[in-house]
Write a protein of this length. Sequence first.
Length: 95
Amino acid sequence: MPQNIQRLGDVNNDNARIVSVSQDSVYVNDKLVSITGSPVEPHRYSNNHYTHVNVKTGPGLDTLFIENEMVNRQGDNDTCGHQRMAGSDDVFIGE
């Protein structure tokens, strides 16, 4: 089933945003499309510090690439294990 494409600023299921994207050529809804390895803001605050730091988006769809990296979509996992949520409400990728 096709899933919402992920873009700069979209969140995971712990509400952590994608904070930058290394590709600069493909946009959806005026936002850069997220690819594997896009940095995610620190999250999961506990005992006066963030426990999920240096998180990146995990592997995306293995049939769609931008600049030789897989494109992220709703449901893909970040390196911390949280899932990508929402994304574009009118651009979908996958089977």
